[in-house]
Design a binder for this molecule. Sequence first.
Ligand SMILES: [Fe+2]
Length: 228
Amino acid sequence: MSKQDTPNQPDTAETAINPMDFSKSIQMLYPTPIIRHHFDDLEGVNAEIRDLLLAKEKEHPEWRTGAAQKSNVAGWRSRDDLLKWEDPNINKVVDRLVNAIAFLNANRPMKKGTKQNNMDVFGWANINRTGQYNTAHIHPGYHWGAVYYVTTGKPDETLAKNGMLEFHDPRPAAAAMAVPGYEFGNKFDVRPKAGTLVVFPAWLTHAVHPFFGEEERISIAFNVRVRP
Ligand SMILES: [Fe+2]
């Protein structure tokens, strides 16, 4: 077949390696900061929070439907008033979160204006048992979202994405022409681990894969509004 028969066929000649250096000219446009930090000094705190939340669930078994049902499918979800419980163990986790947000404020790519660490924080707890999950969602009305894992339960490890947190590329067109070797359009999975805090922009779409296993997958989630 001659080249004229296939006008849409591109030339595919090998390109010689370009000796020019573009390393000082490249720019990362639209970066999305995510903090994923493991605290290994909170084991005792996690055990106390787990007991507290399981007791609270017994007190309010109805907090899985109606107003309590948001992205959680069948899982239990507390009210958004976790910080008003004034529980010393929960407050220790809040303190770590506040530090993470302060770090994000101090390390902004665009350092114009004042560095302001005043913030409003709202928290709630999630208990997922086998088969339960969270549909894809964002946290409207807030600047940062976060999740802290209290316990992962005992997930069936033969299921690759069991109970994993999944972030979606916020650039909807990026998946249409994924460039080989780049992460355009990919999903990013985080395997929960007790003691790990994940902080992300509240507009970043995320979901939780169904948890299949024994015991409970318990997390506490946060919404943060930074005050200008
Ligand atoms: Fe969320």
